[in-house]
Structure formats: C-alpha cells, structure tokens
Ligand binder design. Structure first.
Ligand SMILES: N[C@@H](CCC(=O)N[C@@H](CS)C(=O)NCC(=O)O)C(=O)O
Length: 191
C-alpha cells in the first residue's frame, strides 16, 4: 500500500495516523512544483493530496480513503454524529487552507471582504463547537475523528494561523495526544 502526500498536509496526516501500525509506504511529494507535481497530476486530476494506491486500486480524498480503509482495518463505520464532527473539522481545514493560499497569493485576508469574512466566520463558529465538544471529552478515544482534529489543530499552530487563547480544551486535547503512535514522525515541523 502506498500513501502519497506531504509532510505538512493536515489531510494527509490524519491518514498517516490511521495507518500508524499498518505496513505502508509513504511518498512525500512537493505538490506545487517539479517532479512532485507531475506525480500528483499523473495520479489525481483533482490535484489534491492524500492519494492511496492499494495494489493498483487508487483512491483520492481523505474521507474516501478512510471509508476504503476502515473495513480493512476492522474499524466500525462512523456514527452520524461523528460524520458531522468530521464535517465541521473539514470546514475549518478547508477555510484555513484557502486563507493560507490567499495570503501566499498576496491578499490581505484580514480585509473586510465577503470571501474572507465567510471563511473567518465559519472558522469561528466551527471552532467554538469543537472546543465545547473537546471540553465535554468527546474526543477522548483516539479514533479517526480525533486524529483529524489533532492534525488540524497542530497544523494551525505550526502555521500560526489562529490564536488559540479562546480554545483551551483544544490545546489540552493536543497535549494529551502528543505521544500517540506516528505523531512525532508525522509532525509538519519536519517538512
Ligand atoms: N477534501 C480533500 C481535501 C484535501 C486537500 O485540500 N489537500 C490539500 C493539502 S492540505 C491540497 O492538496 N491542496 C492542493 C491545492 O489546493 O491546490 C481531502 O479530504 O482529502
């Protein structure tokens, strides 16, 4: 099994955490230039990571990769409540990725513009709920939802995308899980 991704992507990291104790090859690509981008384009026309290749069966998108892997790893399907938690985590991840790309494109994402305002509002409403759920110990099990949340919060800290003063339970959740399998090897700071 081959997992294509990058060291810094939070979407890739959640799958690396899921595969922590499963034999696989991790292929670290620079998706924005050169050979890495050629490999990306040759496999996935959507030009996004992660991508999984399991003996020729190629799967795109972390959510679909999870659905493919879960039965193979003997993991029960997510409940609807967990699916919603994942949707909220993805909403923050997607909005932060877009704001980071805007910022790298030279835009001031703090400007009062519809697109930036919508992303910031979504991030705030979503993180508020995730903070409450973390305070209620809803991420106490190290399952896929917890892995996705860890990957998001640690990536936002690494990129300095957010102030976490208002989210003490999310910070505590990260601190509690720093020793989980594959956390060190998949640290975006190594990228
Ligand atoms: N819905 C996708 C999102 C994946 C995603 O956004 N990956 C980013 C890296 S964190 C990417 O490949 N971005 C490339 C681009 O935006 O051009 C998933 O869950 O896998």
């Amino acid at each position: 099994m081959k997992l294509y991704g990058s060291q810094t992507s939070p979407y890739v990291r959640r799958i690396r955490l899921l595969l922590a104790t499963t034999a696989h090859e991790f292929i670290n690509l620079n998706i924005f230039a050169g050979e890495g981008r050629q490999t990306l384009a040759a496999i996935n026309p959507a030009l996004r990571i992660p991508m999984l290749d399991d003996a020729g069966q190629v799967i795109f998108d972390s959510g679909v990769i999870y659905r493919y892997l879960a039965p193979k790893l003997g993991i029960a399907p997510l409940s609807w409540y967990q699916e919603n938690q994942l949707t909220v985590i993805n909403a923050v991840s997607d909005s932060l990725v877009m704001l980071l790309q805007c910022s790298r494109s030279g835009f001031d994402t703090n400007e009062d513009k519809l697109f930036f305002n919508l992303q910031r509002e979504r991030i705030a409403t979503s993180l508020y709920v995730l903070e409450q759920q973390a305070a209620n110990n809803e991420f106490a099990n190290w399952d896929y939802v917890a892995m996705a949340l860890y990957s998001l919060v640690d990536w936002a800290l690494f990129r300095e995308l957010l102030e976490f003063d208002d989210y003490p339970a999310l910070l505590a959740f990260v601190a509690q899980n720093n020793a989980q399998p594959m956390i060190k090897d998949s640290d975006p700071r190594l990228g």
